[in-house]
Design a protein. Structure first.
Length: 315
């Protein structure tokens, strides 16, 4: 059924997800021109009437992060100036989320800066998924709906590893809460990797806390960037007797040497979602499997538009 006054627009970051969301909601994707001038300035023109509409802009701020962030900000500004009633920034992946605090003197809190930019541009609500740090919700003075990919990932684990002795593994201390929640719902064991970070994007696995011998180990993280952490964790688990090692994360950033590392790692599979489209190199690796969270986001959009509760989608 066509939902009156609901419009969906999308930038260049994830057009396939935008199409899937529109298909679920049975509405057409909004018509907009997003292009660049010869000096790489971003230009946006909304090609249809949005006056009084409830507009959702779908844009992951994934690599190239700055380009996609500017597309989002300019599109929101264009919609605000076109008199949209409410604009919601739908950010399946929130870029700069790892810069959520001062880690050294004279360093920025860029996640907060991005929140300010989105608000000032004209967004009146944000819908996002699996933030690297939950406190980023507090960086906004507008409502933030923070969804989790857990329902999709847990269903996959139940279907794929049925009747197997599995253990959910957190690759670092920061992910223990997430891993514990999965382990509880799956009635599985829990293990933790004690990791010491040497420098940004480089880490060293020191120890495995928990019983993994003879079990199927599933390493759970919110994102895979350079894949150094997850591949070192996989190696440590294999050395400690895990019969199978699998990786699982919501956001497949997969920058730098990530694809090469995954292809050489002992992991039998790496399961991610479509919050970020896979690069060409990653698509060629058969062990990388992509699950769709488009329906989850689409249902959240439908409920927000209809002023229904979205709390049941948070877990």
């Amino acid at each position: 059924m066509f939902i009156n006054h609901l419009k969906i627009f999308a930038g260049h970051s994830n057009p396939e997800m935008a199409r899937e969301i529109c298909e679920y909601l049975s509405i057409p994707l909004g018509q907009a021109v997003v292009k660049r001038f010869s000096d790489d300035e971003v230009f946006v023109e909304i090609k249809e009437n949005v006056r009084g509409a409830d507009v959702f802009v779908i844009q992951s701020t994934c690599p190239p992060v700055n380009d996609h962030l500017m597309e989002l900000l300019i599109m929101v500004d264009a919609l605000r100036r076109a008199s949209a009633r409410r604009i919601t920034a739908v950010m399946p992946y929130y870029g700069y989320a790892r810069q959520d605090r001062k880690t050294a003197p004279r360093t920025p809190i860029t996640a907060k800066l991005v929140a300010n930019l989105i608000t000032v541009a004209g967004a009146r609500r944000v819908l996002t998924m699996d933030l690297h740090a939950g406190q980023i919700q507090g960086f906004f003075d507008i409502p933030v709906d923070h969804l989790f990919a857990a329902p999709v990932l847990i269903d996959y684990i139940k279907d794929t590893f049925r009747e197997k002795d599995i253990v959910i593994v957190s690759p670092d201390a920061g992910g223990v809460e997430r891993a514990r929640a999965y382990a509880k719902r799956l009635e599985a064991g829990l293990a933790i990797i004690d990791k010491r970070r040497i420098r940004p994007n480089e880490s060293e696995v020191m120890n495995v806390v928990g019983d993994v011998k003879g079990k199927v180990a599933i390493i759970l993280d919110d994102m895979i960037d350079t894949a150094g952490t997850i591949c070192q964790a996989a190696q440590a688990l294999a050395e400690r007797g895990a019969v199978e090692v699998h990786g699982m994360a919501t956001h497949p950033v997969l920058s730098g040497p990530a694809v090469e590392r995954i292809s050489k790692s002992p992991m039998k599979s790496v399961v991610v979602t479509n919050t970020i489209p896979l690069r060409e190199e990653a698509l060629k690796i058969k062990r990388i499997k992509v699950l769709s969270v488009s329906k989850l986001l689409a249902e959240a959009i439908r409920r927000i538009h209809n002023d229904d509760s979205v709390s049941s989608l948070f877990v």
